[in-house]
Design a protein around this ligand. Structure first.
Ligand code: ASP
Length: 309
């Protein structure tokens, strides 16, 4: 099986002066994940490596540089899902994990439950050998300044100019046909403490089923939850392969149509904007968004990295 990898760094009104950094971040994430897949490694290692790079990059809203909540604190959420077993590992409300995706993987692989939150999740992380950090270590200068502007006035998009970049995600298929999807986020700016969006919820911000495909979403979480967007996109992929119009080797149209239909559903029934990336069961990458911009990147059929914002 030919491996496949796609990543995203959020779908919002990304300003011109952040475009280069978003492209570079997506390129670096592809490089980290593709190194693993190209040498025969597993899809879970690839999505974890790609998402760690995106979490560490303050231009994106995940890990270090996450948006701050109304109390000026970072609260992160993350999920990884295995398309073979349909098992997920998810965590929400994290304040002491530099790389929330690493905890999501530990939960997937070593926890009897599929989702942990807050201090319980952090205790599980520590017991699993992951290092905890101080909450302030996740706060970037740009986010602290944006929070300062909001605190002096009402929360308004204008105060956040320059940091509309969003949630991150990755979907990978490896040579052995294993399919994994992952999503990691700091959530929305100035959210109420304790707010959890779509990102760590199975079927909403992330879904993977080896019989159809894997998906990672971004955008307005409260609307993405309404339409269970990642699972909807996987159902659209299943419809495409049931239709049989696009046999293996000619799956591009089907994958693109599934991605676009999910975003259309978000617009029509969720009345909102966002985007998604996916890899279908044949390894075809696709994406769609209805925001002014989305940061994304994938590995083309010739092995070249394609990134765009
Ligand atoms: N979907 C995320 C959330 O609502 C935000 C984003 O995608 O940037 O938490």
């Amino acid at each position: 099986m030919k491996p496949s990898l796609i990543v995203h760094g959020g779908a919002w009104d990304i300003p011109d002066d952040a475009v280069a950094a978003c492209n570079e971040g997506c390129h670096n994430a592809l490089a980290a994940g593709w190194r693993i897949l190209a040498s025969g490694g597993s899809a879970i290692d690839a999505v974890e490596a790609a998402v760690v790079v995106l979490e560490d990059d303050p231009v994106f809203d995940a890990g270090y540089g996450s948006h701050l909540n109304a109390d000026g604190q970072v609260e992160c959420d993350a999920i990884v899902m295995d398309g073979t077993t349909l098992r997920a590992g998810a965590a929400a409300g994290l304040q002491r994990l530099k790389n929330p995706i690493r905890l999501a993987r530990k939960i997937l692989e070593a926890c009897p439950h599929m989702m942990l939150i807050g201090t319980g999740a952090e205790r599980f992380a520590r017991d699993s050998g992951l290092a905890l950090c101080e909450p302030q270590e996740l706060v970037s200068k740009a986010e602290w300044e944006a929070y300062g502007r909001c605190s002096q006035d009402e929360h308004a998009a204008i105060h956040h100019r320059g940091h509309e970049q969003g949630t991150v995600g990755a979907v990978a298929l490896d040579r052995h046909g294993r399919l994994f999807a992952a999503t990691s986020t700091g959530g929305t700016c100035c959210k109420l403490p304790g707010r959890v969006g779509d990102s760590p919820l199975i079927g909403c911000g992330c879904y993977a089923d080896s019989q159809a495909g894997g998906v990672s979403c971004t955008g307005y979480g409260e609307a993405i939850m309404k339409i269970v967007m990642a699972k909807s996109a996987v159902d659209f992929l299943r419809r495409e392969s049931l239709n049989g119009e696009h046999p293996a080797g000619d799956t591009v149209l089907g994958a693109e149509r599934a991605a676009q239909d999910a975003v259309r559903l978000l617009a029509l029934r969720g009345q909102a904007t966002g985007g998604l990336i996916l890899v279908d069961r044949f390894g075809t990458p696709a994406f769609a968004f209805n925001t002014p911009r989305m940061a994304y990147g994938y590995v083309g059929p010739d092995g070249l990295f394609i990134t765009s914002v």
